[in-house]
Design a protein around this ligand. Structure first.
Ligand code: ZN
Length: 312
């Protein structure tokens, strides 16, 4: 057993219930993500990769490419950020990747899976993380709250527009999937859904005079908002109908010479606020012409009727 294996087994000891021997574990290296613009037109900043590194330590990954190896898991026990000075990103900056060492317990079931990894079959890593900041690479506007006219994947002034991911909040899980060799390997990300304020998006839509790009999150937030507005509109309709019904009733009581239904119909184009004012005025008028029917009369009050014996 060489020194490196001993050190790694010690690192694994932080996450495993019992001490594992070199024969019991299979160790491998993987790239979790990097600072290149990926196929979703998203890019992690170098700082974000540094922030994600400690967050992924101890996180479990699943191999989901083969039903036979379902639920086989591996765990990351060490992460580091690696800069390749020879390799440049499409933006011309040094290529930086978040790399990880992971272990899995050797079992009969995962033998073929380990052979596959050993055989260097191309793998795609899918990671789940939460980023506090997602900004447009062209203008820097916040994709979640503000949005802008720039569409990721389009070129503006010779530069590919993409979303810049920074300020890592948390890392959740990762999975390892075998992909056909001809397909470009890449990182797919899933972001934790966070509440998106819709006010600024609506303002953006109102002021837009050209194509507008909205993220999935913004579209979902707008759909939720729209559903709530539809509910509110139904409530509003019901309240309007109730106000018109009240107006009709009070007109009949206060102004018997006027046809209530006709009067209410005439109020059809009024705003809710105007209807409410009209209803309140008619209600007051009704109270004036028809004093409340008092059933109780005080004993000191002079009776105007001759049914005194029935007064209580
Ligand atoms: Zn922009």
């Amino acid at each position: 057993m060489n020194e490196t294996i001993t050190q790694e087994l010690e690192q694994i000891r932080r996450f495993s219930r019992k001490a594992l021997t070199a024969d019991e574990v299979y160790l491998f290296t993987l790239t979790l993500c990097d600072n290149e613009i990926d196929r979703d037109f998203e890019r992690f900043t170098d700082e974000a990769l540094q922030q994600l590194a400690p967050l992924f330590e101890g996180k479990t990954g699943i191999f989901d490419h083969d039903p036979a190896s379902k639920n086989q898991s591996a765990r990351i026990f060490r992460t580091w950020v690696e800069t390749d000075p020879e390799k440049k990103t499409s933006l011309g900056t040094p290529y930086v990747a978040l790399r990880a060492r992971a272990y899995m317990i050797r079992t009969e079931e995962n033998k073929s899976l380990i052979d596959e990894i050993e055989g260097g079959i191309k793998k795609e890593v899918s990671i789940g993380c939460s980023m506090k900041s997602v900004r447009c690479s062209v203008c820097g506007s916040d994709r979640r709250t503000a949005g802008c006219m720039h569409r990721p994947g389009e070129v503006y002034d010779g530069k590919l527009c993409h979303d810049v991911l920074s300020d890592a909040a948390d890392a959740y899980e990762w999975s390892f999937v075998a992909v056909p060799a001809q397909r470009a390997a890449g990182v797919t990300k899933s972001f934790k859904k966070e509440a998106v304020p819709t006010g600024s998006i609506i303002h953006l839509i109102k002021s837009a005079d050209s194509d507008l790009h909205l993220s999935n999150q913004q579209v979902q937030a707008l759909q939720t908002k729209l559903a709530a507005l539809e509910d509110a509109a139904e409530d509003g309709k019901a309240y309007r109908a109730q106000l018109l019904g009240d107006i009709e009733k009070y007109v009949q009581l206060a102004l018997p010479q006027v046809k209530g239904a006709l009067f209410a119909k005439g109020c059809g184009t009024m705003s809710v606020a105007q209807l409410k004012t009209m209803r309140d005025q008619l209600k007051a008028q009704t109270a004036a012409v028809l004093p409340p029917v008092v059933q109780l009369r005080g004993h000191n009050e002079k009776s105007t009727t001759d049914n005194t014996p029935f007064c209580i």
